[in-house]
Ligand binder design. Structure first.
Ligand code: DHE
Length: 496
């Protein structure tokens, strides 16, 4: 194992706690007495999630108060209303949103210490313990109570449900044969799960605040992209053993968060975009040793997407007003796309249209889907929707693309777009008042699943052709769904 020296990257000093914001010693003592055993003496997490402002950015303070007072169902988090008065509960909720007093580090020592290996690679049986088409399985991430449901995609019935790490985010990534799946959590945990034996085989914590993970096309490596610390971390895929930590720096003293990392299969490489340095990186790995090729970009890249041949990366500029197309061989920017409204390129899809290939992306800030000709990089249509959307999905065998209206008063609506007329042909509102979002098709493109994004939610099974609802499977705030076949074959209508 090769580890570089500069591994203990640190939180920017600007995030340190000014004296005026320091918690009083009474609250600190309460934290150490009641919370530290699960959430860590330094709030970096333990059995429970990390309680630092960046890790909590998605939890409103009132929700934190509720969680401390009432506990969290289906987790180890107990209710404190019998033990603490409401003033102490509010003080604790305030405290966990304060920046830390000392600089948290997460380097080689911490990563190695976090490594768990309940089942070393190759020690579990090679036959599935249940009967199903292993290529038509779905995983459904339920963020309401941090669980994952394994679904039989032929019968559209749950096979198994298991707890996940707190706040999974980004798509889980399958091994090339579809047997194993790797989950990434916002707190930096990577979990490897064996779909044949329904068991966690390995876990490791790659960072304090992680964006996502990618699995190399040959299935040998897993790469984690972190916001904190500013690192990319490489693991062996078999046992999640640490291979290397790459400090994300530009050589001029600047370091950067990583927007995301993806595998680029035809190039046998990983591509990462940096959030604070105008560079995209291509990382190749030989014998466990990463090699970084830097591409300068005209601006900082946030979200990004590839053409099907992985010759170009299309990145959303951090200013949210345009997109850049970068040729991955030359590293040069070849087009600048007018994409106002912060395109969510990570959710983009492509399809064949009038002899060319188009890609389409929803936007976070405007109610529109941009459809772009990938031959000449021209926006050929801006399709108005009933509000900003998050996820767009289709399948090569389906004539429709689905896009949600995630934000605003129409968040309960989903549009169905005809991929040849580029028009909305139907708008569904399956659960009035509740967000309906994120679609994934089965391997054949014949059925699809849509989430009702609510604690009392469901995934709805639709016929992909008639658009008729077939059934609802109750779930606790189901977010993403991931079909094994579609993912391992890089199906054009889904995320990779
Ligand atoms: Fe995500 C994927 C970034 C907020 C649910 N999201 C991704 C990916 C990126 C990203 C870069 C692709 C990684 C991958 O799959 O490997 N997401 C961001 C953000 O920058 C943003 C806007 C702000 C943030 O806090 O990170 C953001 N994302 C959210 C949410 O609020 C969502 C709706 C709920 C949640 O769980 O946090 C959310 N993001 C998802 C999901 C995917 C995802 C379900 C995977 C989609 C897929 O089909 O692959």
């Amino acid at each position: 194992m090769m580890i570089r020296k500069q591994t203990l990257l640190v939180l920017a000093t600007s995030l340190l706690l000014p004296a005026a914001l320091q918690a009083d010693s009474g609250t600190e003592a309460l934290y150490q007495q009641h919370c530290a055993s699960c959430h860590g003496t330094d709030r970096l997490g333990g059995m429970g999630p990390a309680l630092l402002p960046d890790n909590l950015s998605r939890l409103r303070k009132t929700q934190a108060v509720d969680a401390i007072r009432d506990g969290r169902p289906a987790t180890q988090m107990p209710a404190f209303d019998d033990i603490l008065d409401s003033e102490s509960i509010t003080a604790l909720a305030d405290y966990i949103y304060l920046p830390p007093a000392s600089i948290p580090t997460w380097g080689q020592v911490e990563i190695l210490d976090s490594h768990l290996l309940p089942h070393s690679h190759g020690t579990l049986p090679d036959e599935p313990v249940y009967q199903a088409d292993m290529m038509n399985l779905f995983l459904v991430v339920e963020i309401g109570d941090h669980h994952v449901t394994l679904l039989d995609g032929d019968k559209m019935e749950p096979i198994h449900r298991f707890p996940s790490r707190y706040a999974l985010h980004g798509g889980p990534k399958y091994s090339p044969d579809g047997r194993y799946v790797y989950f990434g959590s916002r707190d930096g945990w990577i979990t490897k799960y064996d779909l044949y034996n329904l068991k966690v085989t390995a876990e490791v914590r790659a960072g304090i605040n992680m964006r996502n993970i990618a699995v190399s096309a040959d299935g040998k490596y897993v790469m984690a992209a972190n916001y904190l610390p500013h690192t990319l971390v490489l693991f062996g895929a078999d046992n999640l053993e640490l291979m290397d930590i790459i400090p994300v720096e530009n050589g001029a003293g600047d370091s950067s968060r990583v927007s995301a990392v993806y595998a680029a299969p035809p190039r046998n490489s990983f591509i990462a975009a940096l959030k604070d340095i105008p560079e995209a990186w291509e990382i190749t790995v030989e014998d466990g040793k990463p090699n970084v090729r830097r591409m300068q970009t005209d601006t900082w890249l946030d979200d990004f997407f590839f053409d099907p041949g992985y010759e170009h990366v299309i990145g959303a500029a951090r200013d949210g007003k345009h997109g850049l197309v970068i040729n991955l061989d030359t590293g040069k920017t070849v087009a600048d796309l007018p994409l106002p409204g912060m395109p969510h390129l990570g959710s983009g899809i492509t399809w064949g249209y009038q002899g060319t290939r188009v890609m389409a992306t929803p936007h976070f800030r405007t109610g529109a889907v941009s459809i772009i000709d990938m031959d000449n990089w021209q926006v050929i249509k801006t399709l108005e929707t009933e509000g900003p959307g998050f996820f767009m999905r289709s399948h090569e065998n389906s004539r429709y693309a689905w896009v949600d209206v995630f934000f605003g008063p129409n968040k309960d609506k989903v549009h169905v777009i005809d991929k040849q007329t580029l028009e909305i042909v139907k708008t569904l509102q399956p659960a009035p008042g509740k967000v309906a979002a994120h679609v994934e098709f089965d391997r054949y493109g014949e059925k699809l699943l849509l989430s009702i994004w609510d604690n009392d939610g469901a995934v709805i099974v639709y016929d992909a052709d008639t658009l008729e609802e077939e059934k609802r499977i109750p779930m606790n705030k189901p977010s993403g769904k991931y079909n094994v076949w579609n993912k391992i074959n890089y199906e054009e209508g889904t995320s990779h």
